[in-house]
Design a protein around this ligand. Structure first.
Ligand code: FES
Length: 276
């Protein structure tokens, strides 16, 4: 099969998370492809709208749920705008899964701290559900999530569900000025919430994903709390195009984000050129 040949996937469902962010649920048209397809939490794919091109997103649904994948996206360019115009029942393309993954096997039996900002919750949500679908294999699950405003929080129905679970500790915040009269979470930035919650590094791994500025200020907080840099994971997106190590567009210094990543430890990030 041609390396760039996509699977055909049908939009089975779509949910508008915010005014500009949409989640699509994609089912494989070929039932044997649906059966065979598997991936690991943290991997990504190339999504195509025929006649418009491809765009790169993580797979936002967990590998523990078979037969479909989900992707959450903002309409920010030509392809994502075309994707935004598609409807339930329409067919598009998907190729993948690509890249490395979060080391879920290594994390088994440990405490997991998830930290996300804005739409950065998409790749983290994949790991959260993966963990919750195998709940008895992990210790404490803590989720720290924030967005610019209440309206910008994604996966609101799932945040609600997690907030009610006794086996999940969920802490939420919105930036100052982004709160509403009935907002019950904190009003601060994500790194400040990490400092307030102060998750223990004892027997723990942290997974962090969000805008670069959030990552920049969150990693030193985790450092201060005592998290070892090789137990803190994040995922990068970097101008990916081919997804398979051929086009050379995604390199950061000597590293190809599509092949060597997109998942990196904080220790690895420190060795990359300063803009990362
Ligand atoms: S996206 Fe083409 S080399 Fe990484």
């Amino acid at each position: 099969m041609n390396l760039y040949q996509p699977y055909l996937v049908r939009i089975e469902d779509m949910i508008d998370e915010t005014f500009d962010t949409r989640t699509v649920k994609l089912a494989f048209e070929d039932s044997s492809a649906a059966e065979k397809f598997s991936f690991k939490a943290g991997q990504f794919g190339e999504y195509s709208v025929f006649g418009h091109g491809e765009c790169t997103f993580c797979i936002a649904s967990p590998p523990t749920r078979k037969g479909y994948i989900e992707a959450s996206f903002k309409a920010v360019g030509k392809v994502t705008s075309a994707m935004r115009r598609l409807n339930v029942g329409d067919t598009m393309g998907f190729r993948g899964p690509y890249g490395n993954c979060f080391p879920l096997d290594e994390m088994k039996g440990k405490n997991i701290v998830f930290i996300a900002g804005g739409i950065g919750l998409a790749p983290v949500r994949c790991v959260i559900w993966n963990t919750l679908d195998l709940r008895d294999q992990f210790k404490n699950v803590t989720i720290i999530y924030g967005a610019r405003s209440v309206a910008d929080l994604v996966y609101k129905r799932e945040l609600e569900e997690w907030s009610k679970r006794s086996d999940v500790r969920l802490h939420q915040c919105v930036d100052p000025g982004g709160e509403t009269a009935d907002w019950k979470g904190e009003v601060c930035f994500v790194p400040t919430l990490v400092e307030k919650v102060a998750p223990s590094p004892e027997d723990a791994y942290a997974i962090v994903c969000g805008p670069p500025i959030m990552i920049t200020y969150t990693l030193p907080q985790l450092d201060k709390l005592g998290f070892a840099p090789d137990r803190v994971y994040t995922t990068l997106e970097n101008r990916m195009k081919c997804g398979v190590g051929k086009c050379g567009r995604c390199n950061v210094g000597p590293v190809y984000v599509c092949k060597d990543g997109p998942v990196f430890t904080a220790a690895q990030l420190k060795s990359l050129p300063p803009e990362y």
